[in-house]
Write a protein that binds this ligand. Structure first.
Ligand code: FEO
Length: 396
C-alpha cells in the first residue's frame, strides 16, 4: 500500500514481519524488516529501488494499481543487492526499455545476478536529473557502504536523502516514521545493524559522512531502504554514525564463552565477579555463545573496550563456535579493543594460547596471557580466577 512520505513522495515498499534472518543465516532479524521502495511523482515519475524477490509480483501489481507501470519514467537502483533489486526482473518484463539509473558497479551486480541487458544509465557523484516542478535528483556514490555498487540519491526542494542501506535497521513497522515507533527498540536495531554490517567500513564511512556534510545539503528526511524513515531530527542518526564510525566503545567488558561441562562457565562467572569487585563502574556482560544470538553478541563486543573469550581445550584446539566467532570479529575489523582469554582443560590445555593467537590475528590488543584451570576449578582456583578478573578490570 502506498504511504505518503512528503509532498509527492510515497513509500511503496513491503513490510516483512516474518523475516527471521537475512544474508542467508548471517544476520538475525528478530523484529522482521522492511524493504523500502519510493515513488516520486513530479513531472517525471520515478521509482527508487524495489523489494526482495519473494515479494516481486505483489510489488509490481501494487505499483501498477497505484501509478500505472507505463507512467514510470525511470527507475533508480541505489544498490544491486537482492533485497532491493529483487523485483526488477518482474518489473522490467512489464516495462522493458525504461532507463535504470545506477552506478557502474551496480551494472555489474545487476547483470551478474539477473543476466539481463536492461537500459542502464550510469551515474556518478554530482550527476543530476531534472524531474520537473523545480526539483532535481542528485546522485552520491557510496562505495563500500556497504557494497561497491551502493549510492544514495538526494532530492532537492523536498530535501530528502534516499540513503539505501545506510542509516537503516531491520525493524518491521507499519508506522513508517522514526517518531512513531518505540525509540529504545529503534535505537537497538540501528546499532545492531551498524555493528554487524557497517563496522568493517567505518573508515570509509567517516570520509563519506564528512563529504556529505561538506555539500551543505539541507536534509529534512532520510529515507532508508530498511526500517523507519528518519523525519524527526534526521541528523540524529548521522550523528550516531559519526560516533560509531570513530572506533566506538563504552565502559564495558564483555565475556564470551562456550563450555562443555560447565567448568569454563564457572570461570566466566568468577571473572565477571572479579571485574565487578575491582571496578563497579564498568558494565560487565557474560554470554554463552551457544545460548545467545551471535549478532547480539557482536553488538555487545562493538560496545566494549575489552573482550574476554573462553573455551575449554578440545583436541588441542577450541570449540568450533568460538573459532567462528573470532573469525566474525576479525571480519568486523574492530579497532582499539583489548582482549584476553580463559578456559578449562583436562590434559593438554592449549585453548588459551590458541585463542590469544587468533585474537591477535583478528586485530585485538591481547594484553594478558589469560588464565587456565585444569579440571573443574576448586575453591583456590576459583579465588585465583576472581583475582584474574580484578586484574584485567584494572588494566588501562
Ligand atoms: Fe539491504 Fe545491501 O541490502
Amino acid at each position: 500500500m502506498k504511504k505518503l512520505i512528503k509532498n509527492n513522495i510515497s513509500w511503496v515498499g513491503k513490510v516483512d514481519w516474518e523475516l527471521e534472518t537475512i544474508h542467508g543465516e548471517e544476520y538475525s532479524t528478530k523484529k522482521g524488516s522492511t524493504y523500502n521502495a519510493y515513488l516520486v511523482q513530479e513531472e517525471k515519475t520515478v521509482l527508487i529501488d524495489t523489494v526482495q524477490t519473494l515479494f516481486a509480483e505483489e510489488f509490481v501489481d501494487n505499483l501498477d494499481k497505484e501509478v500505472g507501470l507505463d507512467n514510470i519514467d525511470f527507475i533508480i537502483a541505489n544498490h544491486g543487492e537482492v533485497d532491493h533489486s529483487g523485483a526488477l526482473p518482474a518489473l522490467m518484463k512489464r516495462i522493458p526499455g525504461k532507463p535504470i539509473y545506477c552506478t557502474a558497479n551496480a551494472v555489474k551486480s545487476l547483470k551478474g545476478q539477473y543476466h539481463q541487458d536492461w537500459n542502464f544509465q550510469v551515474v556518478k557523484t554530482g550527476d543530476k536529473i531534472d524531474i520537473g516542478n523545480g526539483k532535481s535528483l542528485i546522485f552520491i556514490e557510496m562505495p563500500m557502504l556497504h557494497w561497491p555498487d551502493s549510492m544514495a540519491t538526494y532530492m532537492t526542494e523536498d530535501n530528502v536523502l534516499f540513503s539505501n542501506d545506510a542509516f537503516g535497521q531491520h525493524f518491521a513497522t507499519e508506522k513508517i516514521f522514526n517518531d512513531l515507533v518505540d525509540h529504545c527498540e529503534l535505537s537497538n536495531e540501528a546499532l545492531k545493524y551498524y555493528s554487524n554490517i557497517l563496522t568493517p567500513f567505518s573508515a570509509i564511512l567517516r570520509k563519506k559522512l564528512n563529504e556529505i556534510i561538506s555539500f551543505n545539503l539541507p536534509i529534512d528526511i532520510i529515507a532508508t531502504s530498511h526500517g523507519v524513515v528518519w523525519r524527526d531530527n534526521p541528523m540524529q542518526i548521522v550523528e550516531k554514525y559519526i560516533q560509531w564510525s570513530n572506533d566506538y566503545m563504552e565502559n564495558q567488558i564483555t565475556i564470551v564463552y562456550d563450555t562443555m561441562w560447565n567448568c569454563t562457565r564457572t570461570m566466566a562467572e568468577r571473572i565477571a565477579e572479579g571485574i565487578e569487585l575491582a571496578d563497579p563502574e564498568v558494565v560487565v556482560k557474560v554470554y554463552n555463545l551457544s545460548k545467545n544470538d551471535i549478532n547480539d553478541v557482536i553488538m555487545e563486543v562493538f560496545k566494549s573496550k575489552m573482550v574476554v573469550l573462553g573455551s575449554p581445550t578440545v583436541v588441542s584446539g577450541i570449540i568450533h563456535g568460538i573459532a567462528g566467532f573470532i573469525q566474525m570479529m576479525k571480519e568486523m575489523k574492530f579497532k582499539g579493543k583489548k582482549a584476553t582469554s580463559f578456559g578449562c582443560y583436562g590434559w593438554s590445555g592449549e585453548s588459551v594460547k590458541v585463542m590469544n593467537e587468533l585474537l591477535t590475528d583478528a586485530g585485538f590488543d591481547v594484553f594478558d596471557e589469560g588464565i587456565r584451570s585444569q579440571w573443574n576449578p576448586d575453591e583456590d582456583a576459583e579465588a585465583a580466577i576472581v583475582e584474574f578478573g580484578k586484574k584485567i578490570a584494572l588494566t588501562d
